[in-house]
Design a protein around this ligand. Sequence first.
Ligand SMILES: [Mn+2]
Length: 315
Amino acid sequence: MKRIFESIKEELSHTKTAIVAAHVDPDGDTLGSMIAMALILKKMGIKAVMYSHDGVPRAYRFLPHSDEIYDTPPKYESDLLITVDSSALCRIGDKKIPAKKIINIDHHPDNTNFGAINCVELLSAVAEIVYQLALHLKIEIDPEIATALYVSIITDTGSFKYTNTLPSTFEVATKLVKAGANPSQCAEAVYDHKTLAGIKIFARAMMGVETKKSGRLVYASVSQDLVRETHAHGEDLVGIIDHLRTIEGAEVAVMFREEMKDRIKVNFRSKGAFNVSKVAKALGGGGHVQAAGCVIEGPIEEVKKKVLDLILKEF
Ligand SMILES: [Mn+2]
């Protein structure tokens, strides 16, 4: 990682303007890492613009500088585009972001190495990489950077529960708390502000849970009708999948969401050895061993059959 950090440092030494981009459907890791990266660049005297194609979900609007994130890229050409947490360039939503060079910072095993510099490390969260990079660049971790990176880590590790939680994860988290991140405030802000519509759609989705393979495979779906009835918004659905995987005996959890008619978003989670990224990849998506996703065109019932059949074959 040192060698790549050195080439990033060299690149930044002659960078004046940069865009830092999050991935579509942003999560805590991509947003926190983007904010921290932008703050690091600013400390180096670089003009940094933050770009998130899908904006900032409500749960993350407490993050410092989250109100300075744009949902359209700047029109001028920047010296640098830095992507955080995107396994492929298309994950940032707009392929044509005017920039002379790309630095790709990510932790997905299926990263396509689309950057001029690729910093891909299989750590718990991109935030762990950004933290190490800040140390390498001799940037002081202030409370704002610490908060952004800490939120990245808790969201990508399920608050230190998932198998991606490494000794280094705790080491970095300790440093971030010492630098001013407040664990209880961060956790409350991210997890304890559900909307009533969110709770209602959660309840309705859970009532419809189905299982196969004696409960080793569990799945639920959310139709457009249900979203309309409960007045829920897209971000109210975040996290339903994580509850599905808590069911005893469940090895694979799948959630089907009808984004539009004949366009189904499929999310996967697993416990134990089952590799859901393999399934997601076969269906045109990607992700991690225990958390992955894809989007499939077609009527929801057809999509469900296709996906469930594929998973059953993998058991
Ligand atoms: Mn991530």
